[in-house]
Design a protein around this ligand. Structure first.
Ligand code: SAM
Ligand code: SF4
Length: 329
């Protein structure tokens, strides 16, 4: 699949549920309204949809959410998708998780061929963790991370940089992660979905955090990219890798190789646009994939050149109305 700007689309992210067992304040409001279960694609439909993309050249598949591990029987989806790893059609099957249920699932995920996972963790302070996630339990997440490592999976930690909340903790979070041979990626808050309170209050430019880190550590730019928004440095003192995802201050669109599907089967070819293509209708219209394949081709041909993120300072409202938990982070 090649889009009009010559970008080869080889990476698909799929949100398997919009539900979550946590309520991170930058992601959801406490009384979040979730989609009716009947609107969700079944696990069989998700498998068909992913398989159609793999047949079109997707090589890397990431399941996300909401929290992917709260979707009932999600392991059966991993298990069925793992056939594409065995055939060689897919080079990587992975997930992004908050880690709260990981201790229960790590072994089974590893058996399904999951080799690397991303765990989101913004702080190592249990009280702060609870206040960021509203009711999360840090020891459960830490146990999940250990279980994943014991099962042989490579873990990467993702942390959203939050002004006056965890910005001072970034060096210790990095030392902790690198000490366990886990890379750390920092993410700028993106203006997605209405949440209680404003967005500007939470925003801290990563350029500022990077300069603070550079005063203490030797950071060397690495040329590698994953086709996504992250840029990496190596940290000489820890021997680990640190990533920066800076959608608000940098444009990363020219090398974008990814598209996203929501749990209702809507395809978004850009995280920062209101564009959407419904794949559920063509998926359900026939049991062979003819309509679906045509709908995918039409959508890829319309992938926008770049994103429209901007925090609307006058109205203090998000520039993209979808929540991250619907599109999948
Ligand atoms: N529940 C899983 C988790 O937390 O890893 C997967 C879904 S979550 C939406 C994916 C990632 O998006 C997480 O790393 C989370 O911190 C991040 N995220 C959520 N809302 C965000 C926002 N408004 N700006 C930046 N990152 C956000
Ligand atoms: Fe749930 Fe992940 Fe959103 Fe936190 S960031 S509320 S864990 S979906």
């Amino acid at each position: 699949m090649t889009d009009p700007f010559g970008r080869n689309i080889s990476y698909l992210r799929v949100s398997v549920t919009d539900r979550c067992d946590l309520r991170c304040f930058y992601c959801m409001s406490e009384d979040m309204t979730f989609l009716p279960k009947a609107d969700l694609l079944t696990l069989e439909e998700l498998d068909r949809l992913c398989s159609a993309f793999i047949a079109k050249g997707v090589r890397k598949l990431r399941l996300t959410g909401g929290e992917p591990l709260v979707r009932r029987n999600v392991i059966s989806l991993f298990r069925s998708l793992s056939r594409h790893l065995e055939s060689g059609a897919l080079s990587e099957l992975t997930l992004t998780t908050n880690g709260s249920q990981l201790a229960n699932f790590a072994g089974q995920l590893a058996e399904c061929g999951v080799k690397r996972i991303n765990v989101s963790l913004d702080t190592l302070d249990p009280d702060k963790f609870r206040s960021i996630t509203r009711w999360g339990d840090l020891p459960k997440v830490l146990a999940g991370i250990e279980a994943a490592r014991e099962a042989g999976m490579k873990v990467k930690i993702n942390a959203v940089a939050l002004k006056n909340i965890n910005e001072d903790e970034i060096p210790s979070l990095m030392e902790w992660a690198h000490g366990k041979d886990m890379d750390l990626t920092l993410i700028e808050v993106m203006p997605m979905g209405d949440i209680a309170g404003g967005r500007i209050d939470q925003y801290v430019p990563l350029s500022m955090l990077r300069s603070r880190l550079a005063a203490k550590y030797t950071l060397t730019d690495l040329s590698e990219t994953t086709g996504g928004p992250a840029r990496y440095v190596s940290v000489s003192e820890t021997g680990g890798k640190l990533g920066f995802i800076t959608p608000m201050t940098h444009n990363f669109c020219e090398s974008c190789n990814r598209v996203r599907i929501t749990c209702t089967g809507t395809l978004h070819t850009c995280l920062g646009h209101e564009d959407a293509a419904d794949l559920r209708k063509p998926l359900r219209a026939s049991s062979d994939n003819e309509f679906l394949a045509a709908a995918i081709d039409r959508a890829i041909a319309l992938k926008p050149k770049g994103h429209d993120f901007i925090i609307d300072r006058r109205h203090n409202r998000p520039s993209v109305s979808r929540h991250m938990s619907v599109t999948g982070g």
